[in-house]
Design a protein around this ligand. Structure first.
Ligand code: UDP
Length: 319
């Protein structure tokens, strides 16, 4: 079975590509390499460099495929506030093209990379899929619009699952080496904690949040657990049905707890300084993962220490 992986040169898409190949699937990657890295591409995959805004490119990428895992998107919250039109064009417009071409080619199976950013500021915790979706930035808004578009497409027979990620972390070691998280600029906590030096300490965004230690709480899930859920989802999609399923660990860790876990991994203290709160951050974001457990039969197995440890190894391997 050949799967089209859009965004297969990115952090999560490249991990999906290599894990699918290692499970015996054939993979075609479609990526414009605008934010992905060509050296993350698995050499065993067929690679098409191009955009979801180009119909001919999508047509050739879909050739011989029986299903799609759709990761390709613009995904920086801050950038989405500055360039909402770009986010609408790529995330919504690109997916509209993809769905139209899948339909034209008779391809009915889709697993979509959605996000907890669709929920916005949570009214209660943990967050279930039935929580009201009120995104607070254009990134979350465009992902929500795509979820709605997929629900519509399912009415005409599409078999789809949207997976709403909480904080994805860790790294996967493929046959050709570590697939590291390499965003530029890097805004995510775990890579930043591991890069902190006494000259450039980690900035802890807020120590006066209404949490036990005053720092923000997030739900971290290992990228390998996350992709295992995608591969199960691919087998569980049902014609005419669109399910939305949270992926997280169901457990929250504070920024201070992540710093402590990282200090254990690197065996020295992490240099940090207290900074003001970052605009738009909610105090606590934790997933209710009961739907993933019951409908996918999936539960994450990798700990926070493993996420930090694998990120550390992948950063060192790439250094
Ligand atoms: N954070 C921090 N310093 C950093 C990066 C992140 O204190 O350099 C905090 C951030 O305010 C949030 C948590 O770490 O509470 C996770 O942030 P991240 O950007 O990794 O993910 P988000 O939850 O924003 O998607």
């Amino acid at each position: 079975m050949r799967i089209l992986v859009t965004g297969g040169a990115g952090y999560i898409g490249s991990t999906a590509t290599s894990m699918l190949l290692e499970k015996g699937y054939d993979v075609t990657v479609l990526d414009d390499c605008s934010t992905g890295h060509a050296d993350s591409l698995d050499p065993r995959a067929k690679f098409i460099q191009g955009s979801l805004l180009d119909i001919q490119t999508i047509k050739s990428a879909l050739s011989d495929c029986q299903a799609v895992m759709h990761f390709g998107a613009k995904s920086l919250v801050g950038e989405s506030v500055e360039k909402p039109e770009l986010y609408r064009e790529v995330n919504v417009g690109g997916t509209k093209n993809l769905l139209a071409e899948m339909s034209a080619a008779g391809i009915t199976k889709l697993v979509f990379s959605s996000t907890a950013a669709t929920y916005g500021q949570p009214k209660s915790s943990p967050i279930s899929e039935d929580a009201e979706a009120l995104p607070t930035n254009p990134y979350g808004q465009t992902k929500l619009e795509v979820d709605h578009m997929i629900t519509e497409a399912a009415k005409s027979g599409l078999a789809a699952i949207s997976l709403r990620y909480f904080n994805v972390a860790g790294a996967f070691k493929s046959q050709s080496g570590w697939l590291a998280e390499r965003h530029n600029p890097e805004t995510h906590l775990i890579p930043n904690v591991l890069r902190a030096t006494s000259l450039d300490p980690l900035k802890v965004f807020g120590t006066d949040w209404p949490t036990p230690d005053g720092t923000c709480i997030r739900d971290y899930v290992h990228v390998v657990d996350l992709i295992e859920a995608h591969i199960i989802a691919l087998q569980k999609v049902a014609p005419g049905n669109h399910r939305i399923i949270n992926l997280g660990s169901g457990v929250g860790y504070s920024v201070a707890q992540v710093i402590a876990a990282a200090a254990k991994v690197v065996t020295h203290e992490i240099p940090y300084e207290n900074s003001p709160r970052r605009a738009g951050d909610p105090a606590v974001l934790v997933a209710d993962i009961s739907r993933a457990k019951t409908e996918l039969g999936w539960a994450p197995t990798r700990s926070l220490e493993q996420m930090v440890g694998d990120t550390w190894e992948s950063q060192n391997a790439r250094a």
